[in-house]
Each structure stands twice: as structure tokens, then as C-alpha cells.
Design a protein around this ligand. Structure first.
Ligand code: TYD
Length: 132
């Protein structure tokens, strides 16, 4: 599956911790957009899409949540629960996010601006596309 964990180096000292995200270094693409989800309601499940070309790195900068990732052949579940964990998700991976902790802030770095035409939001169409 075109999904990879990125161990993000933490610079810590007695004052606390710091993580830097740099394109071409620990982020393997040019970052065009950053967005974050927070205040996600209890029991909410979101995502339900794949991207045709977009790549992204997801980090739970606070709190935790789970991802169900599906490439049309297998489904895996991943829990993000620490700011030093990055999750690289490439194109044509169906994702659903759930079990958000109340304090979860889920940050996404993407290699493209927001473009609705890059989304596949219908699961049957996703399965047809990956089968080709
Ligand atoms: P949506 O795609 O439904 O979120 P998800 O699939 O992750 O659950 O996005 C929610 C709303 O925010 C929708 O109206 C589109 C808008 N949006 C933007 O305007 N810019 C963005 O970068 C993103 C990701 C969403």
C-alpha cells in the first residue's frame, strides 16, 4: 500500500519539544497547502474519499485518531497518537478517519491546492479506478 510512516525528528530539551517539517527533507514533496481539523465531534467519521493525484502527510499534532486506509485490495487501520508520527498517504488510497479524541488536532500537508476535481468521493468509482 502506498502509505508510509515518517518518524519525525524531535528537537527536545528541558524547555520542551519542537518538530520542524521541511519540504524535500522530512516531507517528500513541495508543500502547497496546510490545513487542520479540530473540534471533531464524538463518533464522527470523516474522509470517505481518495485523491487522483494528491499526496499528503498527516500528523496528529495533538490528541489521537484512527485511519482506515484502503487501496482497493487491502484495508489497514492506523492510529496516530503522537506529534512525531507522520503518515504519508499517496494517491488512490481511500481513507476514513474516526475515533478522534476530544483534543485532536489533525494537521495535513498537501502537495496541491484544494481542488474538488482531484477527489474520488464515490467508493464504487474508486474501486473501478484502482482495478484498471
Ligand atoms: P471535506 O472534504 O468534507 O473534509 P473530509 O473529506 O476530510 O472529511 O471538507 C470539508 C469542507 O471544507 C468542504 O466544504 C470543503 C472545504 N475544504 C476547503 O475549502 N479547503 C480544503 O483545503 C479542504 C481540505 C476542505
Amino acid at each position: 500500500m502506498k502509505v508510509q510512516f515518517l518518524q519525525l525528528q524531535t528537537h527536545g530539551d528541558e524547555r520542551g519539544s519542537l518538530i520542524a517539517l521541511e519540504e524535500g527533507k522530512n516531507i517528500p514533496f513541495s508543500v502547497k497547502r496546510v490545513y487542520y481539523m479540530f473540534d471533531t465531534g464524538k463518533g464522527v467519521r470523516r474522509g470517505f474519499h481518495a485523491h487522483k493525484t494528491l499526496k499528503q502527510v498527516v500528523v496528529a499534532v495533538r490528541g489521537s485518531c484512527r485511519f482506515m486506509l484502503d487501496d482497493g485490495q487491502e484495508k489497514i487501520e492506523i492510529r496516530l497518537d503522537h506529534p512525531c508520527q507522520g503518515l504519508l498517504i499517496e494517491s488512490f488510497i481511500w481513507r476514513e478517519m474516526y475515533d478522534f479524541s476530544e483534543d485532536c488536532v489533525l494537521m495535513v500537508l498537501a502537495d496541491q491546492l484544494y481542488e474538488e476535481s482531484d477527489y474520488v468521493r464515490d467508493y464504487a468509482s474508486f474501486l473501478t479506478a484502482v482495478a484498471q
